[in-house]
Write a protein that binds this ligand. Sequence first.
Ligand code: TXA
Ligand code: MG
Length: 318
Amino acid sequence: MSLPELLPDTPEGHARAATLLGHGTLVALPTETVYGLAADATDDAAVAAIYAAKGRPGHNPLIVHVPDLATAEDIAAFSDAARALAHAFWPGPLTLVLPLKPDHGLSPRVTAGLPTVAIRVPAHPSMQAVLRAFGRPIAAPSANPSGKISATTPAHVLAGLGDRIAALLDAGPCAVGVESTILAPAPGGTRLLREGGLPREAIEHLTGPLIADTTPGAQIEAPGQLASHYAPETRLILGGTAQPGEIALGFGPMPCDLNLSPMADLAEAATNLFAALHTADALAAARAAPAIRVADVPEQGLGRAINDRLRRAAAPRD
Ligand code: TXA
Ligand code: MG
């Protein structure tokens, strides 16, 4: 495929994105968390093309995006607990894993043949506009090659997937910066499958303690939980003292090559995380640095999602 068509963040651009999705092509779309590699979730060939473009194993299911709870209820079966979560946090950076309803209309590839679906209502106004213009559910994993750093800017989408997409809707950088939090509400309690842009504390305020199920490699129910993920080319080391020649990625006031948040603000650090990893990786290549050394980030609020991504980025690869 040649260079993707760059779509403006205007009603015309949103309409064009919807038209291209209707033709079964892949379009990179902004969400408030990260950019998504989007296709018509009801079109088997289009969904297959997502897996091919990302190099993603076919057993790792995708997230389905819909404009509102009513549309989500056409596809998935909501318990009272699930509906309470949706009312509290949609639209927003929350994905719910729920039983599929009969006649859901999705390509079975979206769910990798599972009886459940991961579904979310994104808050990004451009994504909302495309969802409404398109009128069908949109399947979209993060817009990065499988296992690599997620993309929070149009430039990073182009760098990773530019030769594999028909178009990119350019809405600038993503505000939240880390992927959605994934929950699986169940009768015995709600399980936390992935830390993300909705902090655990905010959810637990509503639900009481979540059952954490996010240990790397412990349970591959959400294969985004695989230990090695979000990987830069350069080795990433968490904590400790930077050695001469290493690229220092800081948090809070400190000397470093680049800083996730000089003011130690976790929301700012989340917004900057993936772009900082991309930049640190490029710096390391330019300077032939042996490693990127990341300062400690507190394990609270959005720091949990940041540390989850950093731990996976630092995990040994096979
Ligand atoms: O913020 C986000 O969630 C972004 C934007 C684009 O919406 N999307 C995203 O998608 O992060 P992706 O494909 O990179 O991550 C989806 C995660 C994977 O870890 C996958 O294994 C899990 O959701 N997942 C999907 N369907 C599932 C299911 N039925 N049961 C358990 N996990 C599921
Ligand atoms: Mg991803």
